[in-house]
Design a protein around this ligand. Structure first.
Ligand code: ADP
Length: 629
């Protein structure tokens, strides 16, 4: 925000942004648009019917009472019918909005998130964009949401205009009887004066309202809103933080966040810049605009009243004309204001489009990896170096490595040495900044992306299971082979716990959806994640610190089991606990992004170097630990 004049969108650009937003709504949730349009359309036309019958009723009474009962009945019936219609339509619109608006908004963003290159999801710039889009919506309803609401209001204003024209034409066409001293009311200059007054009032009130709206564009609430979103929506709601929050009474931060960002000087509240603008120029503009339009209503009263006095029409019609012309002025001014709102809002659409237009730059080849029955796949890292987007440090540097089918490769090293990055490149979540990765001698970029990914089953270090049935988690699908899922759980060591679960594979994990959901420990979660790897039966199995949550005994059990289970597959284990990698055929030692040693445990432990140093340090640690216990 805080935009300079120079990069303000032109009217044409703002219109194009708004059209695009409407097209997005139309393709994602047309029901939300339609119900909002119908609601505003009905609300715009609703007052005119009772207004017409009120005028006719007063005219009938003033004219001696003939037809008054009929008009009264028509007035009551039309008022009731219009109120009922409005209530029904509002209810329908509310339902549609609650049911579809939020999911549609999320779908638009999530579909993009799912389809974009993984490296772009991780890019801090894109994460910042996403946060900004969410903040704009939470904070002032700006962005996509505002477009659909305003489009409905603009339609309402247009219909209000049409209805007003239909009901007010006769104010100008019915003449004052000849000879009346008020005959000048029909003079073209007088009519032009009324029209001019109306246009002036509309233009002024709309301009003032738009000026008031512009204060929102010029106001920067991002920082405060970021604090608000972080503390209220993220930090304090994640149940994993619950224990920490209580232990350290971190709710004090919440209070401070409230003071600093909501009631304090910085972003929201009476002392914020927007608060001061509301009490000052922004409020004054809004009030002056309203005063001008109400003065115009006074002028219409005068004009219509004088014409009725002169005998151009009955006294009842004064109500109709005043109502209709006030509606005309309001319709026009609303329309102008709404154009201003849409223009201001178009600025807030910029981050949304910037996000939706992030291109997919990852090259995707067309070669298939062909499901080889002999599973003969060979991977080679050839002088691979990598920097994370937005950083200029090397997370990997000149990595050369080759591993054949059926091998057990361990990747070890201290935290931050590049082990996980190596796996992310292997699974093509990122492409190397320099060098290349080859599968059976061909650059992996030349393969179809989905085909290549299907070669890997991975348990990432920070994997997350879903609050869904156990079996569905193992298969990563709702429909699955139950026997196979149970078998995989058995192999991964989850069998005894599965036998205890009354609902078995149908037991829901966690309690987000079911009160009877099963809470599982970190170790159990890892066993389920291992079962998921087995279920997918890919030729490459990658385990990134898969046993971090297990105690040494349970860890040893998993590794022994896993060694049998892996069979003919290629397995890559990542761990900073060297003891868990002893059984591997080959061990690669990472240090500061480079492979500094490679070989078997027996040779490495005999050679002076990083591995030996780490091994001795860890052995000493475990000995001390065991000595104490
Ligand atoms: P390890 O798995 O050995 O603990 P990583 O591969 O996670 O190490 O990290 C290697 C280096 O890359 C570290 O310096 C880390 O700070 C950095 N790094 C990891 N992930 C990111 C990221 N998403 N963006 C920027 N830097 C990262």
């Amino acid at each position: 925000m805080n935009k300079g004049k120079q990069d303000r969108l032109s009217f044409r650009q703002a219109a194009a942004y708004t059209r695009r937003a409407l097209a997005l709504w139309w393709s994602t949730a047309p029901e939300v648009l339609i119900s909002a349009w119908v609601r505003e359309g009905v609300a715009a036309l609703a007052p005119y019917l009772p207004l017409y019958f009120t005028a006719q009723l007063v005219n009938a009474i003033a004219g001696g009472g003939e037809g008054a009962w009929t008009m009264l009945a028509a007035l009551l019936a039309s008022t009731g019918a219009v109120a009922a219609l409005q209530a029904g339509v509002s209810c329908w619109d509310d339902t549609m909005r609650h049911a579809h608006q939020e999911p549609a908004w999320n779908r638009i963003l999530f579909e993009k998130l799912l389809s974009m290159d993984f490296c772009d999801i991780d890019n801090p710039r894109n994460q910042a964009l996403l946060t900004q889009i969410q903040q704009l919506r939470n904070w002032g309803g700006f962005g996509l949401n505002r477009v659909y609401r305003v489009s409905a209001e603009a339609l309402g204003a247009l219909l209000r205009l049409l209805g007003a024209v239909a009901l007010s034409v006769s104010l100008f066409t019915l003449p004052v009887p000849a000879g009346s001293p008020l005959a000048w009311l029909d003079h073209p200059l007088c009519l032009a004066g009324m029209a001019g007054l109306m246009l002036l009032s509309v233009a002024l009130s709309a301009a003032l309202a738009n000026r008031a709206e512009r204060y929102w564009n010029e106001y920067d609430g991002t920082q405060g809103n970021r604090g608000f979103s972080y503390f209220y929506f993220i930090a304090m709601r994640e149940r994993e933080r619950g224990a920490d929050i209580r232990t350290y009474a971190q709710d004090r931060f919440l209070e401070n966040a409230g003071r600093a960002n909501m009631r304090g000087k910085t972003s929201f509240g009476p002392d914020s810049s927007i608060g001061r603008a509301g009490r000052g120029p922004m409020g004054a503009c809004a009030a002056a605009g309203e005063a001008i339009s109400q003065s115009f209503v006074g002028a219409i009263y005068l004009f219509a009243g004088l014409k009725a006095l002169a005998g151009a029409f009955g006294v009842g019609s004064v109500t109709q004309y005043v109502g209709a012309l006030a509606g005309l002025a309001k319709g026009l001014s609303d329309l102008l204001q709404l154009i201003g709102v849409l223009r201001a809002n178009a600025e807030f659409l910029k981050p949304t489009y910037e996000f939706l237009d992030i291109p997919n730059n990852m090259y995707q080849g067309s070669l298939t990896t062909e499901k080889r029955s002999d599973r003969k796949y060979e991977i080679e890292f050839r002088d691979v170096s990598f920097q994370y987007p937005g950083t200029d440090t090397w997370a990997l540097r000149h990595v050369n490595m080759k591993f054949d089918v059926g091998e057990r490769l361990a990747v070890v090293g201290e935290n931050g040495s590049g082990k996980t990055t190596f796996i992310k490149l292997l699974c093509r979540l990122y492409d190397p900044t320099e060098g290349e990765i080859l599968l059976n001698g061909i650059d992996i970029r030349k393969y179809r992306y989905d085909n290549y990914l299907a070669l890997f089953s991975v348990v990432f270090q920070d994997f997350k299971l879903l609050s869904q049935p156990l079996g569905a988690n193992v298969a990563a699908a709702e429909g699955y082979d139950r026997v196979r899922a149970a078998d995989c759980l058995e192999q991964s060591g989850f069998g005894p716990r599965l036998a205890e679960l009354p609902k078995g594979l149908d037991a829901c994990l966690y309690r987000e959806f079911e009160d009877s959901g099963v809470e599982i420990s970190g170790g159990e979660a890892q066993k389920i994640a291992l079962a998921r790897v087995l279920y997918h039966d890919a030729p490459f199995i990658v385990l990134d610190e898969p046993t971090a949550a297990l105690d040494p005994e349970a860890e040893a059990e998993v590794y022994t089991k896993f060694n049998d289970i892996v069979e003919d597959k290629t397995a890559i284990y990542i761990s900073h606990r060297l003891s868990s990698c002893r059984f591997c055929d080959e061990i690669a030692v990472f240090d500061h992004g480079q492979v500094v040693q490679q070989g078997t445990h027996d040779t490495l432990v005999e050679t002076e170097g990083k591995y030996k140093a780490l091994w001795e340090a860890q052995a000493q640690y475990y000995q001390e630990k065991n000595g104490q216990t």
